[in-house]
Design a binder for this molecule. Sequence first.
Ligand code: UDP
Ligand code: MG
Length: 166
Amino acid sequence: MGKEQSLVVVKPDAMQKGLMGTIMDKFAEAGLEIVAAKVIEVTQELAQEHYQHLKEEKFFDELIKYITGSYHTKNVLALVYQKDNACNKIRDIIGATNPEEAKPTSLRGKYGRITTKGVFENVVHASESVEEAEREIKLWFRPNELTETNFPTQVEKTERQEVFWK
Ligand code: UDP
Ligand code: MG
């Protein structure tokens, strides 16, 4: 049995503020190991699927705008970290969802803010549970983008066109 894994996303506000190094330093200090990393733009489809459980919330449309980069740079840094009890450890480091309630020493407490539109711009996403981590990692990454995984994989033949260097 391998170690517990969690998805972490450095959100657009943190990317624009140049906080990726600060955020990754905190996880490194806690002994968390990176097994995947990529810079991407979050599409509408990915955003809606990622936050599907919040569809009925009144802040949902603003949340989708936030995570797809309408208010900041479009890039996010998506990471997979692993360690025993990774999800709880990471959630502890980032702090509570509402930056006003987050411990002032946590990442969200230090660098987050609430906008006048009512969105919590809280700099970083991390999986809430082991179950959510599996769903999120499978949504954001292909198996071959992780250097290690416990999740079962299968090989499929596809007609998918892929881009190569020429
Ligand atoms: N969010 C918000 N207002 C709220 C609750 C959540 O703007 O009242 C945003 C915030 O950016 C949060 C994201 O929606 O990180 C996802 O919400 P969730 O409850 O899953 O919090 P998280 O797991 O990110 O701590
Ligand atoms: Mg959540």
